[in-house]
Write a protein that binds this ligand. Sequence first.
Ligand code: MTE
Ligand code: MO
Length: 170
Amino acid sequence: MMKRIIIILLILAAVVGVTAYLNKGAEEDLLTAQRESIIFISEEGERIAEVSYSDLEQLEEAEFSATLRSSSQPAREVSYTGVTLRDILAAAGTDPVEYEGVNAAAVDGYTVALDIDEVLMEDNVFVVYLRDGEPLETRDQGGDGPYQLIVREDTYGQRWVKYLMEIDLR
Ligand SMILES: Nc1nc2c(c(=O)[nH]1)N[C@H]1C(S)=C(S)[C@@H](COP(=O)(O)O)O[C@H]1N2
Ligand SMILES: [Mo]
């Protein structure tokens, strides 16, 4: 009887230990992504590449205006600077046409599903890093960055992903 209780306690301790370890890994990922301005590229949930700001600098930059709508302030016209998600995926060595779409996920867990047609559409899906010429600050700093996914076809902004962390191809 005593032996059985000890075994059960050991199993519980192991489960708690492994869960804590996995959580710590996930938290560190979030911190790395924000602090080092990294976007993870995954395929069906498996990490296959990381994209840093210096990788984005190699891509063709675009600037466009859009209406920023937020519950915390009145709507206003701003300009965003960034690169297309399409170019990012190509730079990461993936061929988007092989997939149905992507899930774009943020550090707060907010996730938006995009069809591949939307991703491939000209001038539609961007990953931006400047707003009115200033870097988007991190969530910790009170900003929407360091990266934000902007879907230009979505004029109301529900599908714009603040604090973008991961692009998962599916
Ligand atoms: N990471 C993240 N992005 C997000 C959201 C969110 O909760 N988390 N909310 C979405 C919604 S519903 C809207 S309307 C816009 C503006 O959100 P805000 O009102 O919180 O600024 O951001 C979108 N992007
Ligand atoms: Mo919203």
